[in-house]
Design a protein around this ligand. Structure first.
Ligand code: PRX
Length: 660
């Protein structure tokens, strides 16, 4: 990682925005960017209030922008009223957008479904009316456990329409993870599918819901709605389970939106922190949709004729802001994809770009790295064999993009003509924070460049002092912004401690390290400064994985660290002490495999440790503290240069160095 960052800091390649792009861009040229930054600098509140009045459709206009009287529990536009689904759908009725395709859904097997804005409005209304008939009321929490589908988006929009608070759980999470989220959110309703279809395989979802109920703690749930994606046979619990078609049957296709206050929670999305269980990041309605719309326009330069494709899953924040909400609020046509990039072969993304004539493509570095590798093996999947001439803009999200992958993306996918927006943001930030603007910012591979106007990002030391360019430190945001996290669901104290620790003097702590280029001031993210790992762009806490491991009856103790990985960015390395004697040879390999499957069952397959090593003990100080920095060095295969004199049991290091 350190080497990587050095490379980026010394990166001398600069790619100015192409003339043609710049001419038509929403933000054209650095002077326009600077003018917006200056406006925000002069009057932060006035800047955001102006944009909120221009972009958002208000049922009742707000009279006040920022309320910081209960900082860090900030409020924006609080006395305004709106409905987010109204902002995404109704606003297009009676305009030319009404008959425009909102969603082009491509199923795993390539089957295509097109939904216009009018169709989508009717589908959302019908489902919302069905939910109302079941008894859903404003403020109820709704767990959505669905595959990539039109119905998944309809479910989210229907919740927004009724003022229900959705919490989407990624379909790859286990029954146990699902149960924890149902319980933490106190969900009254669950919307799921029978199965999801990915890469030609059918993966059951409804059975995981049933299993979650058997784990207990789901008493708050009144009904489970099941969308029949495949029609697989399933157990239906009388009085609890009801199919999607039963819910919408006979329902009218018009449903008045429930007007809510600007601060009404639109959704909760669980994400990993450095300690404890995943936290329910709570977002607002108005501030959130404002930033979703603005960044569609600023970062993605969205235009009426664009075909937008964000490859994320609706289970992650990217799929919320840049699939379920942002593109719809802007009246864009978007592609929604059910499957995986490598099925039926690794040319799938490129074939789909050509098929749908996608103009904006937004994906994760992990996918790019995997596809680079795949076309090295199977040449016919190389982007050069597909007509990608429709593309005009590329985007990257979720993890650092290494300069080699950036250059390949730029040249091979973008034909050296499309800017790349490397967007840095988080579940907590609601939308982009630091990113190039494609018609303004000169690009440097591996750098997310500069903060958006109105985003007061800075790099400070541990006492919140500003650091000069060239010096790495802690990434903070000095002023509140409208789409920021409002609280952690049910745990305001954890919110305050995690994001606004006392020593940072009221700045928002992102949890990442960063450094700015000496000359350009461009930001490069250097990775998490806490115990959060980023594996293939998926965020995971080391503690969560450790807890899952020690829950196994064989395991006495476990420590988990991250190590760099060429493909997944970071990989999970686990050091395990068993209750029985340390296993060796085939025994060790078998138990390691069992433990991997155990973690997949406890959390989800994305949390499977790549390396597992067994020891008689873990390296500990005399006071019993596990020395993780030593484990990190071992996991990376580095020589241990640190002082080990405080170690209780130095001999253990040699044992742990042995791989299986
Ligand atoms: O470490 C940063 C990394 O992903 C974290 C946020 O993860 P999550 O909340 O799951 O949201 C991912 C999608 C927005 C950040 O703290 N990260 C995200 N984008 C970038 C990034 N690291 C480097 N460059 C990025 N563009």
């Amino acid at each position: 990682m350190a080497g990587q960052i050095e490379t980026v800091m010394q990166e001398s390649r600069v790619f100015a925005p192409p003339e043609a792009f710049m001419r038509q861009a929403t933000i054209s040229g650095m002077a326009q960017y600077q003018a917006l930054c200056d406006e925000a600098g002069r009057d932060h509140d006035g800047f955001w209030s102006r944009l909120a009045r221009e972009q958002v459709l208000w049922h009742k206009p707000f009279t006040r922008g920022l309320d910081d009287s209960q900082a860090p529990f900030y409020k924006w536009f609080e006395d305004g009223e709106l409905n987010v689904s109204h902002n995404c759908l109704d606003r297009h009725l009676g305009t030319p957008v009404e008959n425009k395709v909102a969603i082009r859904f491509e199923a795993d097997d390539g089957a295509l479904t097109e939904v216009t804005y009018r169709d989508l409005y009717h589908q959302v209304c019908r489902f919302a009316n069905g939910l109302k008939a079941l008894g859903c009321r404003q403020g109820d929490r709704v767990i959505i456990y669905m595959p990539m589908s039109v119905e998944g988006i309809v479910a989210m929009q229907a919740c927004a329409r009724l003022g229900l608070i959705h919490s989407v759980v990624f379909g790859g999470f286990s029954a146990k993870s699902l149960q924890e989220r149902i319980q933490d959110a106190g969900a009254a309703w669950v919307i799921c599918a029978d199965e999801q279809v990915r890469g030609g395989r059918h993966i059951p979802l409804k059975p995981a819901v049933d299993e979650a109920f058997t784990l207990g703690g789901c008493e708050s749930v009144q009904r489970v709605v099941v969308y029949q994606r495949t029609g697989a046979a399933m157990d239906m619990h009388a009085g609890r389970d009801i199919t999607w078609s039963q819910v919408i049957d006979g329902q009218p296709d018009h449903c008045e939106p429930q007007w809510v206050g600007a601060e009404h929670p639109l959704f909760i999305l669980y994400t990993s922190g450095s300690t404890g269980k995943p936290k329910g990041v709570q977002h607002s309605s108005a501030g959130y949709i404002l930033h979703a719309m603005l960044t569609m326009k600023w970062t993605f330069d969205i235009k009426p004729e664009d075909i937008f494709w964000c490859t994320a899953d609706i289970g992650w924040v990217t799929g919320h802001t840049y699939i379920a909400y942002g593109p719809l609020a802007c009246g864009a046509t978007q592609i929604v994809f059910e499957g995986v990039p490598t099925y039926p072969d690794a040319g799938r993304f490129w074939r789909m770009i050509a098929r749908h004539k996608a103009t904006i493509f937004y994906t994760a570095p992990t996918a790019i790295r995997a596809l680079i590798k795949a076309c090295d093996t199977v040449e016919s999947t190389h982007p050069r064999h597909f007509d990608l001439s429709s593309l005009r803009l590329l985007g990257s999200v979720g993890e650092p993009i290494n300069p080699e992958a950036w250059m390949w993306y730029y040249n091979q996918v973008g034909g050296a003509r499309c800017p790349i927006v490397d967007t840095f943001w988080q579940t907590e930030t609601g939308g982009h924070m630091i990113t190039p603007l494609p018609g303004a910012t000169p690009l440097v591979p591996g750098s997310c460049t500069l903060p958006l106007p109105g985003i007061a990002a800075a790099i400070v030391d541990e006492a919140a002092n500003d650091l000069p360019n060239g010096q790495g430190g802690i990434l903070v945001v000095k002023k509140p912004w409208p789409s920021m996290i409002r609280t952690i669901w049910g745990d305001p104290e954890r919110f305050r401690k995690s994001y606004f620790p006392d020593e940072l003097k009221g700045y928002y702590l992102a949890g990442d390290g960063a450094v700015r280029n000496r000359v350009t001031g461009y930001f490069t993210i250097t990775g998490r400064i806490d115990d959060v790992l980023n594996v293939s762009g998926h965020r995971m806490g080391t503690m969560e994985i450790e807890s899952a491991l020690v829950a196994n009856p064989l395991v006495a103790e476990a420590a988990v660290v991250g190590r760099p990985d060429d493909l997944t960015g970071e990989a999970i390395a686990a050091f395990v002490v068993l209750k029985q004697a340390r296993p060796v040879g085939d025994d060790a390999r078998r138990i390691a495999n069992d433990l991997r499957n155990w973690v997949a069952h406890e959390i989800g397959p994305i949390a499977k440790p790549k390396d597992i090593r067994f020891g008689d003990n873990l390296p500990k100080t005399r006071s019993g503290k596990i020395m993780r920095r030593l484990l990190r060095a071992i996991a990376r295969g580095e020589a241990i240069t640190q002082d080990v004199s405080t170690l209780e049991n130095p001999a253990i290091l040699d044992q742990l160095k042995q791989t299986l």
